[in-house]
Write a protein that binds this ligand. Structure first.
Ligand SMILES: [Zn+2]
Length: 231
């Protein structure tokens, strides 16, 4: 599904349920943002094929949680491409494990506590990706051009980053989650930093913020949520 087409960029959202990944296609390169869970690797491949794209040149990870990174190694091998994550997330990728984030409401707090006891499901484990490299502004601009930016957006996790395209659209991972009208992330290691990161995202002048869970968020909606939360 195309979500953006302008100035030589085409952006597709993958047909995945657990984590929305995005494919950014420029005149030169195709970059996959996030990779979803292992059981969704075929859905990601189908989305890439449906977009008429034959190769992925790089994978950018918004943070090192399992539902975003579980196919990183698989796609890196499949497409012979590099995988990039925040320097703070590299140790998780190399080991193949992350920490369970803190819940921000009563339901997610309960989920955080019971997750280690759920049989056959370990959120914090995934296939390690030892070939991972650190993401930087230079890397993002190399693949996506001078109109792109890397923005550190900690809060959900300390290693969360967003990719800004053309001062118009931002790919924010779990910095916000757009479900049932609400955009506040149900999990966040540092809730103060979530709000600071929203402010940083607003200062990019972007009009649309694409989270990995739920629909894109308009600038107006983010401003309203920011004003409510910053009080
Ligand atoms: Zn996450």
């Amino acid at each position: 599904m195309i979500v953006f087409y302008e100035n030589g960029y085409t952006v597709y959202r993958t047909m995945t349920q657990r984590c929305a990944c995005y494919i950014i296609k420029t005149n030169q390169y195709s970059v996959l943002i996030d990779t979803s869970m292992r059981f969704e690797h075929k859905a990601v491949i189908r989305s890439i094929e449906a977009a008429g794209i034959s190769k992925i040149d790089a994978i950018f990870l918004t943070h090192s949680h399992t539902d975003h990174v579980a196919n990183a190694r698989y796609f890196s091998n499949e497409f012979h491409c590099s995988v990039y994550v925040s320097p703070k997330g590299m140790k998780h990728m190399i080991k193949g494990c992350c920490t369970m984030p803190k819940g921000t409401n009563s339901f997610s707090r309960l989920l955080s506590r019971v997750e280690p006891q759920i049989p056959f499901y370990q959120f914090t484990r995934f296939e390690a990706c030892p070939q991972v490299k650190p993401i930087s502004s230079e890397v993002v601009k190399w693949y996506l051009g001078e109109c792109s930016e890397l923005l550190e957006t900690p809060g959900h996790t300390s290693d969360s980053v967003s990719i800004i395209l053309d001062r118009h659209i931002a790919f924010v991972g779990d910095a916000m989650v757009h479900v049932l009208g609400n955009i506040y992330p149900p999990f966040a290691d540092d809730e103060k930093a979530v709000i600071t990161s929203w402010n940083a995202l607003l200062s990019t002048q972007c009009q649309t913020f694409c989270p990995a869970h739920g629909k894109p968020v308009s600038r107006e909606k983010l401003i309203r949520a920011y004003q409510r939360s910053a009080k």
